[in-house]
Write a protein that binds this ligand. Structure first.
Ligand SMILES: Nc1ncnc2c1ncn2[C@@H]1O[C@H](COP(=O)(O)OP(=O)(O)OP(=O)(O)O)[C@@H](O)[C@H]1O
Ligand SMILES: O=P(O)(O)OC[C@H]1O[C@H](OP(=O)(O)OP(=O)(O)O)[C@H](O)[C@@H]1O
Ligand SMILES: O=C(O)c1cccnc1
Length: 451
């Protein structure tokens, strides 16, 4: 496509929208993540000499390869803030650029935003169940190859406290932590000696895994011996980890036995195929678990394999563009747009985002995108314009936000979303409407292209 644009309309100017069509996990919202990584890549995107050799072998023409040699992304991006709460069928990010540049970045952009948004959303659901407990990502070993790297970042945006993924910790400046594996204890054969050596070498944040042989009769008893020895050496055992069996029963027994041994400060860590539903159940059972380690179900976004975010052309050289579909929900929205979020008198999200033409300053009325009988007055509402400049002429407009800052922002945004949109079962549906002008323009284009 890029080579054809290069030959036929090299100066074409395009507007593309990024959005997804339905919330993951049958939930009522998603957490937008991956933006900072997209912007970082765009700022430095270029074709290396070896890339060009490979592309030449694929049959691309010399002149086009010359163009690619100097390729840079020089476009503008307007976007929702990373970490914001987002909803289906409204632009989350808009790229305005030369058509060749805008097209070349499509797959990279979708790959990063779809995956991180999926995982940040999953992480946030786990956070909702875990309430105040500490949450650790332990998923790298089960992730889809390199996806684990970005999953760890997205997990923190969604509300996790840290990760066992050391590389992600280093690159994204997120807290790293970990406990120990069964193999460590197995290598000794002697559980007590394994615990003693570990505690001696790594006394800070020491968590002992107690289920290798028998959780209550062996692991916990040995952990208590080591905890007392640590006290004599002026240290404190941080915790014990349960990784199998009935976690509620074992956590209650463990808590009682630790407390009876005057070890009330020793925390209980639990892991083993946890997700938002198991953690909720454990909480409902009153399991005194302080820290949850979550792996597979987090980093694979189980049970949703992917977020179906798309990148659709909405304007070309100032003219509107549309994509029709038999399925009305898949008809795209033409024109460069803005999205307004309605706020109630307390500053909470009212439950409505209105999509308008970019040229409209405010929206007083929003219409259901497909049902002509449904509309809503927006008069008197406070609102926020959600799409803001994040990149101009290929350069980021503001300094990078740390993952921790993004996570804090996300938390503050979720606090403004009423509870009924956040429940797991049959959540309230957040309304997405179109300004009357955008709807009219879309319908005109639908008629124009109708066969
Ligand atoms: N009290 C509980 N309530 C609800 N779910 C629990 C409870 N305790 C454990 N679970 C969950 O039930 C599942 C148990 O899986 P499974 O039977 O494979 O574990 P296990 O018996 O510990 O076996 P393994 O020793 O192979 O890890 C896990 O997802 C675990 O998190
Ligand atoms: O269960 P997850 O949510 O994926 O969390 C990560 C799991 O990875 C480790 O298990 P390991 O790979 O040693 O295998 P195991 O399941 O036999 O303990 C750890 O002990 C957790 O159980
Ligand atoms: O730190 C841990 O205990 C850990 C890390 C990754 C996977 N499973 C466990």
């Amino acid at each position: 496509m890029a080579q054809v644009y290069f030959k036929t309309k090299p100066d074409g100017r395009a507007v593309f929208d990024y959005y997804y069509r339905s919330n993951p996990f049958n939930g009522g919202y998603a957490i937008f993540a991956g933006l900072e990584d997209v912007l970082d890549i765009l700022e430095t995107l270029e074709f290396s000499a070896s890339d060009l050799v490979f592309l030449e072998q694929q049959g691309f023409e010399k002149e086009f390869l010359e163009y690619l040699r100097d390729f840079r992304f020089n476009g503008n991006i307007r976007s929702s803030k990373e970490g914001d709460v987002v909803f289906p069928n409204r632009p989350i990010l808009q790229v305005e650029a030369n058509i060749i540049e805008a097209q070349i970045i499509e797959t990279m952009l979708l790959n990063l935003l779809n995956f991180q948004t999926l995982i940040a959303t999953k992480a946030n659901r786990v956070r909702r169940s875990a309430k105040e407990a500490t949450l650790l990502d332990m998923g790298l070993r089960r992730a889809h190859a390199t996806g684990g790297y970005y999953a760890s970042r997205a997990a923190v945006i969604g509300g996790f406290d840290g990760t066992s993924n050391v590389k992600a910790g280093e690159d994204f400046n997120i807290p790293v932590s970990g406990t120990m594996a069964h193999s460590f204890i197995q290598s000794y054969g002697d559980e007590l000696q394994a615990f003693r050596d570990f505690a001696k070498v790594r006394p800070k944040n020491c968590v002992l895994l107690i289920d290798t042989y028998n959780t209550l009769r062996s692991g916990l008893q040995n952990a208590i011996i080591v905890a007392k020895e640590m006290e004599n050496a002026g240290e404190q055992l941080m915790g014990v980890r349960l990784d199998s069996g009935d976690l509620a029963y074992l956590a209650k027994q463990t808590r009682k036995i630790l407390d009876d041994a005057n070890l009330g400060y020793v925390k209980i860590v639990a892991s083993n195929q946890l997700d938002e539903f198991v953690i909720k159940s454990l909480k409902d059972q009153g399991a005194p678990i302080d820290i949850f380690g979550v792996g597979t179900n987090l980093v694979t976004g189980k049970p949703d394999a992917a977020l179906g975010g798309v990148y659709k052309l909405s304007e070309f050289n100032g003219d509107p563009r549309i994509k029709l579909s038999e399925n009305i929900i898949k008809v795209s929205l033409p024109y460069k747009k803005q999205v307004y979020r309605m706020l109630d008198k307390q500053g909470m999200f009212y439950g409505a985002d209105a999509v308008a033409m970019f040229t409209e300053d405010a929206v007083e009325h929003m219409e259901h995108p497909f049902d002509a009988t449904k509309s809503m007055s927006l008069r008197g509402f406070d609102y926020e314009a959600l799409l803001q400049d994040v990149m101009t002429s290929g350069k980021k407009v503001s300094p990078p936000r740390t993952v921790t800052e993004i996570a804090e922002y996300s938390k503050s945004r979720l606090e403004k979303l009423p509870e009924e949109y956040k429940r797991f079962q049959n959540p309230h549906i957040y309304k997405i409407g179109l300004s009357s002008q955008l709807k009219q323009e879309r319908d005109k284009l639908v008629l124009k292209h109708k066969f």
